[in-house]
Write a protein that binds this ligand. Structure first.
Ligand code: NAD
Length: 521
């Protein structure tokens, strides 16, 4: 048993000797079709609504990573050669199992992340849509064919799997972001190793169990829990062909540089600062309603959260702030099981301190705190990692709270005179994940969507998260790599093109020697 006193947020402990007061669940790994709890180090997992340690998670070392890569390599040849319709059938069954077991998955997400059940259900549904898309593999892996490209010559391109690939995911979508990755990778014929966030490790293990129930052969999908040690072992392992990463920008950049210099294919999605432009002709009640959900839903811990409202003119800014202030008094936040709550706690005490410090810095640098959530505590959950909804006015682009990602329930308002000024602000920001414009003017909306330097754009749509049959990704420092996540880009990321040119000449025809470049002339 382990000494729970030793655990602190983000700090691994050694699991030796000392007696624990009461048994605590150890979240292990899923390897070769079964749960494995072997570990030399562990880290605390918290219940964010109470601040208490709820579980501990095993942290894989490089020996375990090497072992898992070996297991996945062994499983690869048979899985690659399994007919694509059979691979797709596993996905069909997996989708059904996800739906049948949604409640348990949402419970696991709520326990460790703290998001309210209705929000977890939404996350899961968006994840399931990626499984539905993966079911279409027999269609999207058909390849390209050209008959008679030359005399008796046919040519085709096929899309072959890469081998063993890995995914490293963030805490804020414990089911959805893994589901962006592995269904597509697996249905394309790869074997997959998932390294979920050590803060929310359990949902991934349950996904693995459901995949096994769906008929996936052992070793094709494995989950290792861990921290930097496990990630670095994956990044440097010569038999990992590709890495998908989703998380914060500094780590995304590190992953991309390390993986690509080790010769791997890599897509690394990072952080964000998403602006909403509010034009003077916008439907204000609609703006206020959608800003509330997009800024404070999931406690602002979404990479597509709208965290900056850019109001064109003081009149519209004053009106939006007045209505938001009123509506924000009605927002409820608390425990994940209470479906009346609009959002839950932040992920950790360290993150709560960071969000509070951002609000403080905005105040110190001259912004006006209109609604202050720093000391808000839901009754019965005073020790939880909560920050209440916060509204900050008079923000300017030189403030730290504007330049950096806060990732909390904080909405900042910037006042400008023109749409061009607002667009300049967005284009100058280092992040380019999502953005949105509220307007009734089609010409303005069209101009905005064409010229804005952001990867995902909403027109009167606050969270323009692409559906599963498009692809997800930001511009600038919100994405490192060439291909977006999931959808058609996902197919390309997890496959390698091979082009075959074939001739079956009749026995009477013999080719003449030819030393110049072959042409049809
Ligand atoms: P994070 O970068 O701290 O962690 C992400 C993953 O990287 C985890 O699995 C973690 O174990 C690993 N990791 C952390 N530090 C590492 C290190 N030094 N070396 C190697 N691996 C390391 O991110 P987070 O706090 O879990 O998630 C929140 C961040 O993710 C936010 O910035 C958010 O915007 C971003 N995010 C982006 C998207 C997107 O699609 N662009 C989606 C969700 C979240």
């Amino acid at each position: 048993m382990n000494n729970l006193e030793n655990f602190s947020d983000g700090e691994p402990s050694n699991t030796e000797t000392v007696e624990a007061v009461q048994p605590i669940t150890l979240v292990g790994h899923f390897i070769q079709g079964g749960l494995v709890s072997k570990t030399s180090r562990t880290q605390a997992v918290y219940h964010p609504a109470t601040g208490a340690i709820s579980k501990e998670v095993a942290l894989a070392d490089s020996d375990l990573v090497n072992h898992v890569v070996h297991i996945a390599q062994q499983a690869f040849p048979a899985w690659r050669d399994t007919p694509v319709i059979k691979r797709a059938r596993v996905m069909f069954k997996f989708k059904q199992l996800l739906e049948d077991n949604a409640e348990k998955l949402c419970e696991l997400i709520g326990q460790e992340h703290g998001k309210i059940c209705h929000d977890a259900q939404g996350e899961l549904q968006r994840g399931i849509e990626n499984v539905e898309y993966a079911c279409g593999a027999p269609e999207f892996l058909k390849g390209e064919y050209s008959k008679n490209v030359g005399p008796d010559i046919d040519s085709w391109s096929e899309f072959q799997p890469l081998g063993v690939v890995a995914g490293i995911t963030p805490f804020n979508f414990p089911a959805m972001v893994p589901l962006w990755m592995f269904p597509m990778a697996i249905v394309c014929g790869n074997c997959f190793i998932l390294k979920p966030s050590e803060k929310t490790p359990s949902a991934a293990l349950y996904l693995a169990e459901l995949l096994k129930q769906a008929g996936l052969p052992d070793g094709v999908f494995n989950v290792i829990n861990g921290d930097k040690q496990a990630v670095d072992a994956l990044l440097h392992h010569p038999n990992i062909q590709a890495i998908s990463f989703v998380g914060s920008t500094p780590i995304a950049e590190y992953i991309y540089r390390t993986a690509t210099s080790a010769g791997k294919r890599c897509q690394a999605l990072g952080g964000a600062k998403n602006h909403a432009i509010i034009m003077p002709d916008a439907d204000i009640d609609n703006v206020v309603n959608s800003l509330l959900g997009a800024a404070f839903g999931s406690s602002g811990e979404r990479c597509m959260a709208l965290s900056v409202a850019v109001a064109i003119g003081d009149e519209i800014a004053d009106l939006v702030i007045e209505k938001l202030t009123h509506e924000m008094q009605q927002l409820k936040f608390g425990h994940y099981t209470d479906q009346q709550n609009d959002f839950g706690p932040l992920i950790s005490q360290a993150h709560k301190d960071k969000v509070q410090a951002f609000i403080q810095s905005a105040e110190r640098q001259g912004a006006k705190i209109v609604v202050d959530g720093r000391d808000a505590k839901p009754v019965g959950y005073e020790t939880g990692f909560f920050v209440g909804p916060t509204l900050i006015d008079q923000v300017s682009s030189d403030m730290t709270s504007y330049q950096q990602e806060i990732f909390g329930p904080v909405l900042q308002v910037i006042r400008v005179e023109t749409m061009h000024e607002a667009m300049q602000l967005i284009n100058d920001h280092e992040y380019g994940n999502g953005t949105c414009i509220y307007t009734r003017d089609g010409e303005a909306a069209r101009y905005f969507s064409h010229h804005i330097q952001v990867g995902m754009v909403g027109i009167n749509v606050p969270l323009p998260v692409p559906v599963a049959y498009h692809s997800f990704g930001g511009w600038k420092r919100s994405l490192f790599g060439d291909l977006y996540a999931y959808g058609p880009d996902g197919v390309r990321f997890y496959t390698r093109r091979k082009t075959i040119t074939q001739r079956w000449p009749s026995t009477q025809i013999r080719e003449a020697k030819q030393f110049s470049m072959p042409t049809l002339n």
